[in-house]
Design a protein around this ligand. Sequence first.
Ligand code: GSH
Length: 217
Amino acid sequence: MTITITAFERSPDGGKGLARDTRVRWALEEVGQPYEVRLVSFKAMKEPAHLAIHPFGQIPTYEEGDLALFETGAIVFHIAQRHAGLLPDDTDARARAITWMFAAVNTVEPPILEFATARILEGDKPWSKERMPLVVDRVRDRLKQLSARLGSADWLDGAFSAGDLMMVHVLQRLKPSGILDEFPNLATYVAGAEARPAYKRAFAAQLAVYTRQPAAG
Ligand SMILES: N[C@@H](CCC(=O)N[C@@H](CS)C(=O)NCC(=O)O)C(=O)O
């Protein structure tokens, strides 16, 4: 059955891989599933046809026959359940890998998104300068905890899993800020994931969308 995902027609990051369709592309590449992409404009994302698939008017979505999903955690979990390669067979190890998927989106991503919002959308507010150190500290606190748990391991719990995939994509948003480099083991962890052939294919595919389109005039 054909898998179709949605992605930005014109990604705000210019194809740096931060748009969340990268997570889904990466998961599909890891398990060797071909997929098609329907590109959507910001306008189309808020229109009824897209809202019928994604109630919050966002990307990515995932369609496979009669099944339509939104939320990258759920989509990657679905892919990992259907196909071998992203979750261990052992029941307990599988539960732990799923725990890391939730930790990525529920515990690590929120302070990182808050930081991104503070930088990009609130940087011109009069209170921004005063608030920023608090926001950065919240990110550092989380990274410190994650760094302590990862230690010198390659991956969070044994072999590479969907938990690592989600965590790495969440952490990548911090790269331009330099905060990630304050935690060398986390920077190495992200680099190790980016070296995976499946990640490289996913990154190239999302970049190709951007590079073959002229910038907005
Ligand atoms: N929690 C959602 C977040 C989805 C999300 O924020 N998507 C962004 C692109 S990466 C988006 O569509 N932004 C445009 C908007 O919200 O209008 C997920 O993980 O799928």
